[in-house]
Design a protein. Sequence first.
Length: 186
Amino acid sequence: MAVAARRDSRMGVAAYRVWVESRPDEERWELLDGEPVLMSPPGARHQRIVMNIAKRRDDLAERKGCNALPGLAILSEAMDDFAPIPDIVVQCGSLPVDGYTRDPLLVAEVLSPSTIHNDRGRKSDFYKSVQPLQAFLIVYQDEARVEVWRRDTGWSKRVAGLDGAIDLPELGGGLSVADIYARVTF
């Protein structure tokens, strides 16, 4: 008796890039585990936190010849079925000609109720596979809490609260948690 072989329907980055070009400009998609995922519009609190991080990180990044940018997709040599879009990417050197980078230095994800499982799960695992990446932040929007994941001999996690600070030696400075949550009320 013949049995049909199961076909892997997961999409690789090359196929995803072709597919996503045909989508309307107002749609934002990312590739997670070979599946295109439509990103919902972020809320105002989310955007305020993203702007606070971008402003303060870009000031530090500029001194090092880097840029803090929203909306760049991250690619990894180790995983061809992922192209996530973190909220903020610090990337050094010349700006990418498209919306993708393979050499992020730092990334930040601001958690939303609809994305918390992906951001803290499979996207975090993916970020650990990106060799140039030195740190990523997971920023909560319902409380003043930031998880700082740093590449050391392995990956280590530190949690900072409202009165804490985040050391960013890659950028020659730091970021206070209070600055991340400026103009945000709980």
